[in-house]
Design a protein around this ligand. Sequence first.
Ligand code: SF4
Length: 244
Amino acid sequence: MAQSNIEWTEMTWNPTTGCDKISAGCKFCYAEVMSRRLKAMGVEKYKDNFKITKHENELGIPYTWKSSKIVFVNSMSDLFHKKIPIEFIQKVFRVMNENPQHVFQVLTKRADLLLAYDKAKMFKWTHNIWMGVSVEDERVKARIDFLRKTKAKTKFLSLEPLIGPLPKINLKKMDWVILGGESGRNPRPMNPEWVLDIQEQCEEAGVAFFFKQWGGTNKKKTGRELKGRTWNEMPVFPEEFEKR
Ligand code: SF4
């Protein structure tokens, strides 16, 4: 468990680590860079670098938090990677089911496998599990349709890093959209027109909109204002979540 600087969450919990690149959005994968760095620092959990690894000993952590938390699950991995056994994914779901006081944000690029497991009734979807898919451009828009067909109670899209336009997104059954541009040394540009278009699509569809950042080589400078304001909308929190 670690505090997080990510604007749309509070902390991260990584019961698995490691992944493989699957689409253009993975090009400058932050988790891969961080894993390498943590391995070099001698952190035991990352001794296998970016290889898929289960961490059974981390499953008990959410039970120890004293107050309600907003938790990004697997910021250093993808829970629906085919090398992660379904039995282990089910254990992660059980932990989330048994801790309704916390909100768990699960984000994947493997939406096809997510739907296959869901169709096979492998999970219990409690209100505190917010299920999302990452979509960086039109080529991977199908992930949204896979997510829509699941029984997840709260569904969201992470359009980050946005590297192409996404006109006419089908936002039916979506509760939340997070949008952000790429940052780092060599970021791919994000056209402001794509951002404005998506914000307007969300407004029209009544979907909560969170604008994370413009990105670029100096993300502090470019900031996160759009139309002269910040956009920090979130989905409806479950009753058990203690608001602060
Ligand atoms: S799916 Fe996510 S964690 Fe995996 S390589 Fe791509 S960006 Fe990295």
